[in-house]
Design a protein around this ligand. Structure first.
Ligand code: G3H
Length: 198
């Protein structure tokens, strides 16, 4: 693998409403973002795209895969988004209103905080890294690979290639209209945040 393209899924209804977790579909804007990614990568050979099991990553990967000849999509549960337990489906504002201790504690140390009956960045890191090992094992000597993941998952993946303090990981910038291009080279590490729409 020489190039890892780390993409976040396109916009969903939950994103629009600022809701946590769930398994919602892409919005019209999200589908446009997926089509723009497909167009952007049409001339880059990507034989495998790894996603999570959630609809939003699969719906983002599908148009990209359709522009490649051939391309397989491999969904890994290890790349499912951080599970927010009792807070799944709530908006961040609802959490602040209805579960103020959760909002306060998470704000105090977002990396080590674990949602009630759910996960935290710290506790999901191991499974995400297991997923990343699978990616390197299953890539079939491809030069380019793509992961279409989620905000928290992609932050953890990117942190493996950056020297970042743990506490900084939950705040890494992970927009939906850009992707990270990580060049994997033992002698130099190059990261670029690239906008895929003009
Ligand atoms: O639904 C989960 C979010 O994408 C994770 O973002 O860790 O900044 O709350 P957060």
């Amino acid at each position: 693998v020489r190039n890892l393209f780390l993409v976040r899924h396109g916009e969903t209804l939950f994103n629009q409403e600022d809701r946590i977790g769930g398994d919602s579909d892409l919005t019209g804007k999200g589908r446009e973002q997926a089509n723009a990614l497909a167009e952007h990568f049409a001339t880059v050979r990507i034989p495998i795209i790894f996603t999570s099991n959630y609809k939003r990553t699969l719906q983002t990967a599908t148009p990209i895969a359709e522009r490649q000849h051939p391309c397989s999509i491999i969904a890994l549960p290890e790349f499912n988004e951080i599970y927010a337990g009792q807070c799944e489906g709530m908006t961040y504002e609802e959490v602040r209103q209805q579960m103020p201790d959760v909002a306060k504690e998470r704000g105090r140390n977002k990396y080590s905080y674990v949602y009630p009956d759910g996960e935290g960045y710290m506790t999901m890191e191991e499974r995400v890294l297991r997923g990343l090992k699978k990616v390197f094992f299953l890539n079939n000597y491809s030069e380019n690979i793509m992961i279409v993941g989620h905000r928290a998952v992609n932050r953890v993946i990117l942190s493996c290639f950056l020297s970042r303090q743990e506490e900084e990981i939950p705040y890494i910038y992970m927009p939906q209209d850009r992707y990270y291009h990580i060049q994997i080279d033992p002698h130099k590490r190059i990261f670029e945040l690239i906008a895929y729409r003009s």
